[in-house]
Design a protein around this ligand. Structure first.
Ligand SMILES: NC(=O)c1ccc[n+]([C@@H]2O[C@H](COP(=O)([O-])OP(=O)(O)OC[C@H]3O[C@@H](n4cnc5c(N)ncnc54)[C@H](O)[C@@H]3O)[C@@H](O)[C@H]2O)c1
Length: 343
């Protein structure tokens, strides 16, 4: 019998790639998504890649009745909790919406897991919890900083909830994964990042500009203390990221009944915004129109990961580089254009 893993937010960017990785590793993913920031085409994309049907529940994972129905029907063995709102700017305008969804859904999930005696959970956290670290690369032991936004704070609060719950000796085994900057798409171009409206992240903005959907990219500030003055991030291919979730679920299986650990997921390398632009131009053959604008408030100057712990404990490290990621993102963008032409 294949182990069933519930993926909340499984139609989203990282969730859909993780569903593919779980299928490929012999698990049976069960997806719940309310499609507040995704589209059913992602579920069809997963099915196209793996050649199997995805068990899908359409609904809100804050809905206790629906969650109980899923746990009682499916015989869930573990959970990967992606579902959350993630727009930093919007979280500043609507903090309660963010606390309600991001923190509320974790509480509903933990209570449902307890009721149905399911112990294993992998939680999507973020490098945002480090703020601007005093030193790079950041280790898991690097102190967290005060959050720059309500969104960032929901990640800190959720990590604390999980930690406190484990400290109470609850029968729960937790891994929190601190993602750096997820980029790229599945090499098949069947799934990828599907931002609704104007993208908040750099790479979809770059590929949409390359495809002529946006007039030009604005680089926010070129007077930072970095090699070319633009901000540095650690860009991790989403396919690598997805594999780390499989490793995490596998790692939990032989741990004691009460367990907590957290890991950085990045490449261990930082790239500036202008390096991303140049790499995109190289892999796409397009020249990208961009201008330098003022700094954007709340932006961190530089952050990249030390990933030794994930390598030593989970046996995971990233395999794909920035070129791979931007090539896959570009092919994904081109495939969206093709689909649009056909519809
Ligand atoms: N993409 C990033 O840059 C990044 C970085 C760090 C952490 N994260 C975290 O990783 C997780 C996944 O991010 P993503 O980039 O795949 O985002 P995404 O928006 O593409 O995916 C989240 C999915 O959850 C769904 N969802 C939201 N609230 C829900 C609810 N209450 N019930 C059911 N479904 C719900 C959305 O419709 C969406 O499909 C999030 O928790 C995010 O905060 C993302």
């Amino acid at each position: 019998m294949k182990k069933k893993i519930l993926i909340t937010g499984g139609a989203g960017y990282i969730g859909s790639h993780t569903a593919v990785a779980l299928f490929e590793a012999g698990f049976e993913p069960v997806v719940i998504d309310d499609f507040s920031n995704s589209d059913k085409s992602a579920v069809r994309g997963i099915e196209k890649i793996v050649g199997q049907e995805v068990k899908l529940y359409e609904g809100d994972c804050n809905d206790v009745k629906l969650m109980e129905e899923i746990f009682s029907t499916e015989g869930i063995a573990g959970v990967i909790h992606f579902a959350a709102y993630k727009a930093v700017g919007e979280s500043t305008e609507h903090p309660l919406k963010y606390y309600k969804n991001n923190v509320g859904s974790l509480l509903v999930l933990l209570e449902t897991m307890r009721k149905f005696e399911v112990g294993d959970i992998v939680f999507s956290s973020s490098c945002t919890v480090y703020g601007q670290p005093d030193e790079n690369p950041v280790k898991e032991s690097t102190p967290r900083k005060e959050a720059e936004s309500p969104y960032g704070n929901t990640k800190k609060v959720c990590e604390d909830i999980l930690n406190d719950y484990v400290k109470s000796k609850a029968p729960v085994r937790v891994i929190a994964l601190r993602y750096f900057n997820p980029v790229g798409a599945h090499p098949s171009s069947a799934i990828g990042e599907l931002p609704l409206g104007v993208p908040n992240n750099l790479v979809p903005f770059v590929t949409q500009t390359g495809a002529g959907l946006r007039e030009q990219l604005t680089v926010f500030g070129d007077d930072y203390d970095t090699s070319d003055g633009t901000c540095i991030r650690d860009y991790i291919h989403v396919v690598d990221l997805a594999e780390a979730h499989v490793k995490s679920i596998q790692h939990l299986a032989d741990k004691p009944a009460t367990y907590f650990d957290l890991f950085n997921l990045g490449t261990g390398e930082g790239n500036t915004v202008l390096e991303v632009v140049k790499t995109f131009e190289k892999v796409s053959g397009e020249s990208l129109k961009y201008k330098i604008g003022p700094r954007r408030s709340g932006d961190i100057e530089k952050v990249w990961a030390n990933t030794d712990k994930a390598e030593q404990v989970l046996g995971w490290r990233s395999r794909l580089n920035l070129e791979d990621a931007l090539r896959d993102s570009w092919n994904w963008q081109l495939s969206l254009k093709e689909k649009e032409k056909m519809s």
